[in-house]
Design a protein around this ligand. Structure first.
Ligand code: IVH
Length: 673
């Protein structure tokens, strides 16, 4: 793109700059909305839009040749197109307090001073419209080009926490709920960790993944992305509301997840709310990139109307992403549990968002090449929606002559084995199973909180035991003796006893913990739980055929093949044998008890919970049901065995009644448990 304009530009220079801005905006719109793969940050994009608008305002002759910039277009082939009953608009935005104040002032002027405002967090996800007819969720539509969107109803049915039926009295015959689809930051991290373990490219950020996942053609894949929804407006509706606050309260009554909000009248209070959300958002489980300031009174909204593609009654104040520059000192390679060799940037320590950052992942060789990073470069570190700051680029102007390119090695930096890229993977792997850091990482995983949860057996202690030659494979953990431990430095009687005790406890952990700890490719916590619940004993699981594995609800081809191949490997069978001999529990005690007594009411059945309970929280209830072999689902379907009904049940009750599903109250349930 052309550089910035000189102080006193010629008309031709202005036209050129204007055209190049226009082209860049169209291109970035396509990348952001169409492909969910933006190449620049929101902040940079907003700067382009701002300069474009300023040129238009200043040089009126540009208007003659201006192209109509759309609100973006996220329509994709493969989906049915549905016209929006009411257009889905975008929002005007600013990074500037003065502009926000001018916006508020304009509204006061139009309202003769009598206006109130609602301030809400601006969620960084993808817009979605949900259509409820007589309370039943019948359709989900993306924003598309604002006039028509894609019918993504099948994916919407996988959204966590969304009622499929609204059971409140006097539900409007037509209710269009608008809101944002997002992926919780913790879920996003977990999804990426799994991808990294599988040698796949990691996703850049939660917002792009949410937008992309909503438009997946396969709903099973969409379900794996753990999409969630927060409502912030209504569209077409057969009932009138007089204020936005009333709308938000109504949506909350319908058990539709809604945004937090604050009410204000004076600008000082509006600004205090904007600042309040900037502080609070650091604790939110999802990414936010600003606050939205909206007129509360619907009558006033109607009076203000819209300009081009945005309403005059709302504005987004966007928080600038925190960005810092620091020097990249070196790139080190980390060998992970599965052999993936990942580049990690070592940085000159720097403060960002309240923490000191020394390292940042560079993901893989492609990332380093794409960003053109050299050792010694000044890199731009940004923390926006992401939990971990990311290197978003380099400061070319500050590059000195002594920077060096990073050359990816051909051999494992730890064991010297050749590095390979497997088919379809971006990561390089060391395929030597005896590579020392791989062994350490596997042992760490085995003992970790997510697996056998052996207290005090963390990375440091494992390193010490390995240095002393006491630890090579999982079974060695259970052969450790007190005498051997006392030979090590910094281990006294007390800590040796504590470790041995923790190891004993580890032996008796539920089967899923052992299954997860073994590090079978593609087996995360959820799949391990599923396998343990279905087979209840290691022997039975080891004897399962690929076909039997595949028939288990929730297990696909890839997992079935992985489990089967793990247990047909002679070395793995021998390892399991050794662990059993050393006293590890190979049965799921709870499952075993159920099968001995033959009375488990819960095994293999689906339950749905609604309302609140006296003696137990919903989460405890879920855990108790899962412990005895039941499954807890988010929404009622024909496959639901019973609905567990507490105080103030939600729309799920009506759902269950419609489908003739039986109900259990707290008393009955606790007796059964
Ligand atoms: S109101 C006509 N409220 O931000 C105004 N939008 O950049 C409708 N967004 O398209 C939007 N949080 O997808 C509104 N609390 C909130 C929001 C919100 C996120 C999204 C929405 C909108 C985009 C504009």
């Amino acid at each position: 793109m052309d550089d910035e304009l000189p102080f006193d530009p010629e008309p031709d220079e202005i036209r050129r700059r204007f055209a190049s801005l226009e082209m860049a905006i169209i291109n970035h719109d396509r990348l952001y909305y169409g492909e969910s793969l933006p190449e620049i940050s929101d902040w940079e994009y907003d700067q382009l839009k701002k300069e474009y608008g300023e040129l238009l305002k200043k040089y009126t002759f540009l208007r003659a040749r201006m192209r109509t910039l759309r609100v973006g277009d996220d329509r994709k082939s493969g989906f049915r197109k549905v016209p929006h009953r009411v257009p889905m608009l975008s929002l005007g935005n600013t990074y500037n307090i003065g502009e926000l104040e001018a916006f508020v002032q304009r509204i006061y002027d139009n309202a003769d001073g009598a206006a109130s405002f609602v301030i809400e967090p601006k969620i960084d996800g993808a817009a979605l419209s949900l259509i409820f007819e007589n309370g039943l969720l019948i359709q989900g539509i993306t924003r598309g080009n604002g006039s028509e969107g894609d019918d993504v109803t099948r994916n919407v049915h996988t959204v966590i926490g969304l009622p499929h039926f609204i059971g409140v009295k006097d539900v409007p015959q037509l209710l269009e709920v608008r809101g944002e689809i997002y992926i919780a930051l913790a879920d996003f991290e977990e999804i990426n960790e799994q991808r990294q373990r599988d040698g796949l490219d990691v996703f850049a950020n939660a917002r792009n993944l949410a937008a992309g996942s909503l438009k997946l053609l396969d709903p099973t894949m969409a379900r794996g992305r753990r999409l969630r929804f927060i409502a912030y407006e209504i569209g077409a509706c057969s009932r009138a509301f007089s204020t936005h606050e009333e709308v938000l309260r109504f949506l909350a009554d319908c058990e539709i997840p809604t945004n937090s909000y604050r009410l204000a009248q004076k600008f000082a209070d509006i600004w205090a709310a904007v600042e309040y959300y900037d502080r609070e958002r650091k604790f939110y489980p999802f990414a936010t990139d600003g606050a939205v300031i909206k007129v509360n009174e619907h009558v006033l909204r109607d009076k203000l109307g819209t300009i081009s593609s945005a309403p005059r009654w709302a504005m987004a104040y966007k928080y600038p992403p925190e960005r810092v520059f620091t020097r990249l000192l070196s790139i080190e390679l980390n060998v992970g549990r599965t052999g993936i060799v990942a580049p990690v940037a070592h940085l000159e320590p720097i403060h960002i968002c309240g923490t000191v950052v020394r390292h940042a992942t560079l993901h893989n060789a492609n990332e380093i090449a794409r960003k053109g990073i050299r050792i010694g470069d000044y890199v731009i570190l940004e923390k926006a929606g992401e939990v971990i700051p990311a290197i978003v680029g380099i400061v070319l102007e500050r590059r000195s002559s002594d920077t060096k390119p990073f050359i990816y090695p051909e051999f494992c930096p730890a064991c010297g084995a050749p590095l390979k890229r497997l088919d379809g993977e971006v990561a390089y792997r060391c395929l030597n199973p005896n590579c020392p850091p791989q062994i350490s990482r596997r042992l760490e995983h085995f003992a970790s909180k997510q697996a056998l949860d052996i207290d005090t057996l963390g990375p440091q202690r494992i390193g010490q035991l390995r240095d002393a030659g006491l630890l090579e494979q999982f079974s060695d953990i259970f052969r450790l003796s007190k005498a051997a431990l006392l030979q090590l430095s910094h281990i006294r009687d007390k800590s040796a006893n504590a470790l041995l005790e923790a190891i004993e406890i580890g032996k008796q952990r539920p089967l899923w913990r052992l299954l997860h700890g073994l590090g079978i490719p593609h087996i995360g916590v959820q799949t391990a739980k599923l396998l343990a619940r279905r087979w209840a004993s290691m022997d039975k699981l080891m004897a399962a055929t690929r076909e039997e594995l595949r028939c288990c609800d929730g297990i696909g081809d890839i997992v079935a093949a992985s489990v089967h191949s793990f247990f047909t490997d002679v070395a793995n069978r021998q390892l399991i044998g050794e662990l059993a001999e050393l006293g590890l529990s190979m049965d799921d005690l709870v499952e075993k008890q159920n099968s001995i007594e033959g009375t488990s009411f819960f095994t293999g059945k689906n339950f749905v919970i609604t309302g609140t309970f006296h003696a137990i929280t919903r989460e405890e209830l879920r855990q108790r049901i899962e412990q005895v072999g039941g499954r807890v689902r988010e929404s009622v379907s024909a496959k639901t065995h019973a609905l567990i009904v507490g105080k103030n049940p939600g729309g799920k009750l009506a759902d269950a009644e419609r489908l003739g599903i039986s109900k259990l109250d707290e008393g009955k349930l606790l007796t059964l448990l």
